[in-house]
Design a protein around this ligand. Structure first.
Ligand SMILES: [Zn+2]
Length: 276
């Protein structure tokens, strides 16, 4: 495990300190993850470890003095696609969305107007989209949808096919885990976990699990072992590079969230002006 400074946790503060941070127009960051199977080579905590590892690496990259705090992570998310594997914990979509929105409501109630939803689990994408919209309608608050796996990766870090088809427990996640928490990786069972998506693309299909046209899938539909991607391509050196890169993007997201002009957020009750 790499040595990391403590995060500026929301829950370490007192009501008065929270109020002061809100007055300083601080940014609240909510980490969203999953506790779900990642094959036999990675632990159930993979997405949580990556989310917190990226946050630890991102905060020292922020410009000095930027007011920020990190909410307690929503460790369990929407993981129905992994429910066939023992150990996966999942909320229902309705419960997960309600939890996310109610946490956002609490942040708004504390006076914060800048919230970054920082998500490390693909299955939470739709939740992040819906929660950000619902919170924006309810509050005049900037709600950022930041999914690290949507950040452009460093050029030439991995082959395009692996980035496209290595959706789960492949090279990307394995590499970052070998850097962040090598003691949790069972290197002896690392392998190339072929995805049905790779075969479909090879046969010229536009349709794929996450292709131009996608379909609802469960992990075992893509690979019977539950992982997809060539995990052999991941090592700790690549992991360090990926963590540093994604953390740099995350730091910029937080800075941009702080700099965003809130005046542009029109109150939901105001009618949009008709053109002309
Ligand atoms: Zn994952």
């Amino acid at each position: 495990m790499i040595a990391a400074p403590a995060l500026p946790w929301w829950q370490d503060l007192t009501p008065r300190q929270i109020a002061r941070l809100a007055e300083e127009d601080g940014v609240a960051v909510l980490p969203l993850a999953a506790i779900e199977q990642h094959g036999e080579h990675l632990p159930l905590s993979t997405d949580l470890d990556i989310a917190l590892g990226l946050l630890h690496a991102a905060l020292p990259k922020l410009r000095p003095g930027l007011p920020v705090c990190v909410l307690p992570p929503l460790a369990v998310g929407l993981s129905l696609e992994h429910c066939a594997f023992a150990g996966t914990l999942s909320l229902s979509p309705e419960t997960a969305l309600a939890s996310l929105v109610e946490l956002g409501d609490s942040v708004a109630r504390a006076g914060f107007r800048r919230l970054v939803l920082f998500n490390s689990h693909g299955g939470n994408k739709a939740l992040v989209d819906l929660a950000a919209l619902k919170l924006r309608v309810a509050h005049r608050m900037l709600v950022v949808r930041a999914n690290y796996f949507r950040f452009a990766p460093p050029p030439d870090a991995l082959p395009a096919a692996e980035l496209r088809h290595g959706l789960h427990g492949g090279a990307l996640e394995t590499a970052m885990m070998l850097h962040l928490a090598p003691h949790k990786v069972r290197t002896e069972v690392i392998a190339d976990f072929a995805s049905i998506g790779r075969d479909m693309a090879a046969h010229g299909s536009v349709l794929g699990p996450e292709g131009e046209a996608g379909f609802g899938w469960m992990a075992q539909d893509l690979n019977p072992g539950g992982a997809t991607g060539d995990a052999r391509l991941g090592d700790a050196v690549l992991g360090a590079r990926l963590v540093d890169h994604f953390a740099g993007v995350l730091a910029r997201v937080i800075e941009d969230a702080r700099d965003f002009a809130l005046a542009g957020l029109v109150p939901a009750e105001d009618r949009a002006a008709p053109p002309g």
